[in-house]
Design a binder for this molecule. Sequence first.
Ligand code: DGP
Length: 146
Amino acid sequence: MEILSNNVCLFCKIASGELAARIVFEDEISVAFLDHRPVFPGHCLLIPKEHFETLADLPAKLIEPYFKNAQLLARAIESGMQADGTFVGMNNKVSQSVPHLHVHIVPRRRKDGLRGFFWPRTKYKTEADAELVQSAIREAVSELRK
Ligand code: DGP
């Protein structure tokens, strides 16, 4: 499949491998990686490889495979992070800091303190911590794809 990319877009650069990211899943149409400023460890972003700015721009033929992958990742992030559930959502235009469509998938735990949409961000303390989280989600994805 030919992937149309925008050479100034940050997430196109991640999709093409030009910019490093902690990839947890990839297929022909999409790639998912750890958000570098997670709400909680394991917070991932799923992007289409092709450059579309918002959900409204996503072609009909990609809706099913893209959201099927969002479902797979929601399951994998819940199991891989031993979470109670997930938050799955996206900003479109308003509060969208990167203009390349991305679904946020955030592991949630009961009483984790999140309220509303003013979510504090954290950082992985070390690269080793981020690597552990990346491996846990990658393994959960492979289990679910068996
Ligand atoms: P939003 O604000 O909904 O557009 O979310 C954009 C997210 O992208 C935000 O949570 C931080 C994340 N992000 C921005 N730049 C990078 C990057 O270079 N690498 C990674 N891994 N995440 C990024």
